[in-house]
Ligand binder design. Structure first.
Ligand SMILES: Nc1ncnc2c1ncn2[C@@H]1O[C@H](COP(=O)(O)OP(=O)(O)O)[C@@H](O)[C@H]1O
Ligand SMILES: [Mg+2]
Length: 410
């Protein structure tokens, strides 16, 4: 679609939505996503919002609701990754009194509460397969059954779902129902990663700096051109959420200063592993391949962990049901590899097959230590608040709980 969109040519509605929801940025790909949301809003279809963690997906279901005929009805946002598997059906669809131990009263589910309105299912790939079946039914016929009931109920609801997982792959691996995937993804809106949004990075950093100065009643920071430049070339694996977090720390501890590259680096220690857009650098650089390989290993480990967890907990379920995290989630910032010194750089780009695998094979032990340390620090920074720590680490709360247990960080 409209890749030549610019802030000067977008429709007044796009401008209005940006203002109303406080969406910063003028990159064509972001504007195109906003425009798509506004266009699809009045048509009562399910929408799937995709994009890396922290890229700003949560604005889009809100835009869709606000610009639809359902705008006066309820909007309910549900984070599927934060609800324990055992209670998710009851949360979504309600339960009858006595449906399970502890169900002292009957309860309405979100699908009943939001009747006539919109429900936002965030991290939809985290839904257990049994819940996926219930969701498909409600999408197809508006029908659902409360847990512990036999009575079919009706609801009129629009579903907007979001995920940072490659759902096609989840389907191929048996973790996500194919029919549900097609049903949900009639319309897709993709939110580009921050690293590909050019000048938006500067706009966001400056706006966040001003906002935090106001919130904390402290003199504002400013950034030098060199700092702006470093931020623009950084990889931002945690996208806007990570940028906001970094700027908040700098705004607090460097209040009133002009922040140069040197100060910035203290808050962004991985900055030397900056992202180099394909147009300005060789697309196949040695360090990016290492980064990719480590990412893959880490992801594999997550899968094994998840599989192990399933096997421990639910012997009865088929092994193909693996609840794994996405690539973005599985690639925490501390794993970003520092670029080797210039002298270490290979003369030419190496094809993938020639990468030195021996370095990589020694990695898992370090990864584990890294991971434990990263979690410990994130918990410290967030004063033990797990929800905030999980968001900062770009992992689901469920995964964080598991890791805290695993590493004895309680
Ligand atoms: N374009 C943007 N302008 C302003 N704030 C943004 C923008 N994109 C994301 N944010 C902020 O970044 C944080 C993460 O965004 P969120 O929508 O929760 O990400 P996601 O759901 O994709 O993980 C939120 O605090 C959000 O307000
Ligand atoms: Mg989110």
């Amino acid at each position: 679609m409209s890749n030549d969109l610019s802030i000067a040519t977008v429709s007044p509605q796009v401008q209005q939505a940006r203002q109303r929801f406080g969406i910063i940025g003028t990159s064509p790909s972001l504007l195109a996503a906003v425009e798509r949301a506004i266009r699809v809003a009045p048509i009562d279809l399910s929408v799937l919002v995709t994009g890396e963690s922290g890229s700003g997906k949560e604005f889009f279901p809100q835009i869709i609701h606000a610009y639809s005929s359902r705008k006066h009805a309820r909007y309910i946002a549900v984070n599927c990754g934060a609800i324990p598997e055992g209670t998710i059906d009851s949360e979504l669809f309600g339960h009858e009194k006595g449906a399970f131990t502890g169900a002292v009263d009957s309860r309405k589910g979100y699908f009943e509460e939001a009747d006539g309105g919109t429900i936002f299912l965030d991290e939809v790939a985290e839904l257990p397969l049994t819940t996926q079946a219930r969701l498909l039914r409600v999408l197809e016929s508006g029908e659902y059954i409360k847990v512990g009931s036999s009575k079919v109920q009706k609801t009129n609801i629009r579903v907007v779902a979001a995920t940072n997982v490659d759902l096609r792959r989840a389907v191929a691996e048996g973790r996500f129902r194919e029919d549900l995937f097609y049903r949900l993804s009639t319309v897709q809106i993709h939110i580009p990663p921050l690293r590909d949004r050019g000048n938006d990075i500067r706009l966001l950093a400056h706006k966040f700096a001003a906002d935090f100065a106001e919130r904390y009643r402290m003199p504002a920071i400013s950034f030098t051109e060199a700092a702006d430049d470093s931020m623009r070339h950084y990889r931002w694996p945690g996208n806007v959420r990570q940028l906001k977090n970094v700027v908040e720390q700098v705004a607090l501890f460097e209040a009133g200063k002009e922040v140069g590259d040197g100060i910035l680096r203290q808050y962004l220690p991985e900055i030397s592993a900056s992202y180099i857009p394909a147009t300005t650098a060789a697309a196949h650089s040695y360090e990016r391949e290492r980064e990719m390989l480590l990412g893959m290993i880490f992801k594999l480990r997550e899968r094994i962990d998840a599989l192990q967890e399933r096997l421990d907990g639910e012997q009865a379920r088929p092994a193909s049901i693996i609840n794994s995290e996405s690539t973005e989630k599985a690639f925490p910032t501390s794993l970003v590899i520092h670029r080797p010194a210039a002298t270490e750089e290979p003369e030419e780009c190496q094809p993938c097959s020639e990468v030195n695998y021996s370095e990589v094979s020694a990695a898992p032990a370090t990864l584990e230590e890294n991971e434990r340390e990263m979690i410990r620090r994130a918990l410290g920074r967030n004063e033990g608040r797990r929800k905030a720590a999980a968001a900062e680490l770009n992992i689901s709360e469920r995964t964080l709980y598991r890791k805290i247990k695993e590493y004895g960080l309680e």
